[in-house]
Ligand binder design. Sequence first.
Ligand code: NAD
Length: 324
Amino acid sequence: MKQILVLGAGGFIGSHLVKRLKAEGNWVRGVDVKYPRYEETPADDFVIGDLREQYVVRQVIDRRFDEVYQLAADMGGAGYIFTGQHDAEIMHNSATINLNVLDACHKRNIKRIFYSSSACMYPQENQEDPNNPNCREDSAYPAHPDSEYGWEKLFSERLFLAYHRNHGIEARVARYHNIFGPLGSWNDGREKSPAAICRKVAMAQDGGEIEIWGDGTQTRSFLFIDECLEGTIRLTRSGFTGPVNIGSDEMVTINQLVDIVSSIAGKQLYKRHIPGPLGVRGRNSDNTLIRERLEWAPSLTLRAGLEKTYAWISEQIRRKANDR
Ligand code: NAD
């Protein structure tokens, strides 16, 4: 039985990861400022604590864990990251957590630690053509992310790699691309486009309309949570440090995303395009490196993941309506 620490265990990916690691039979401690919102955690130990505080980090990293997954970060959807209103908090909070965690892991002689970076660290000029974005891992430099969130991820990637070089920590760095699925934010202003669109479609009348930020021709790819966990665990236990993309290479426009969700819901909807924070014009995961180094890449279709997510969000809406 491994002893595993999951930081950010109250969040979307962290709460799913704890479930998965428990199902494997490991002893798991989770840490977060909050409990998972939609389900009770199966963690053996769950500590409510603020990882910006060095003494909290030293307390929760109290042993030589076999694996540490560092997912805690100040983040949200486009409405949180791209308005510029939260830049100082995003940079300060996430960088402080990463500095504290690496220092404590090094002092405990912990060897294996996973870090979740983001596709948001890629240069914005490589993502201006919606039909041909470049997100190869080696296109990261010269760096020019389009948000302070991306700059902080880049700094922290480098921090993890520096601890790897200088202190022999087996750091594993992934660049996640738009992870979605059940138990994620869907109505609190931090939701990403798949959840927001599932909610809008579920709440719309057949034949009605839904609002879409921008002209809907911007492209993205979206990775279902189960595939994200598979890639995360495979990378952590592999001999490859990264950074490596963990994402889907099934690229769609936002308009196509709406069409898929509408067809799952069995609704005909008119799209009304309104101004809103957008991010880059195009982004897609390049999976050449992950295939090469892990002999694995995500393969679940976007539609299959959206079916599960739509079912869960519709259920949340039904429950809310019944509670009133
Ligand atoms: P999330 O916001 O649901 O989870 C992050 C968790 O970190 C939250 O539960 C939050 O409470 C916790 N946290 C924040 N500040 C903390 C603090 N000071 N002390 C303790 N806990 C704190 O986000 P997520 O979608 O689960 O993402 C997990 C990681 O993956 C993050 O690092 C994120 O940047 C990265 N990532 C996610 C995506 C995605 O599409 N979800 C894409 C790229 C990168």
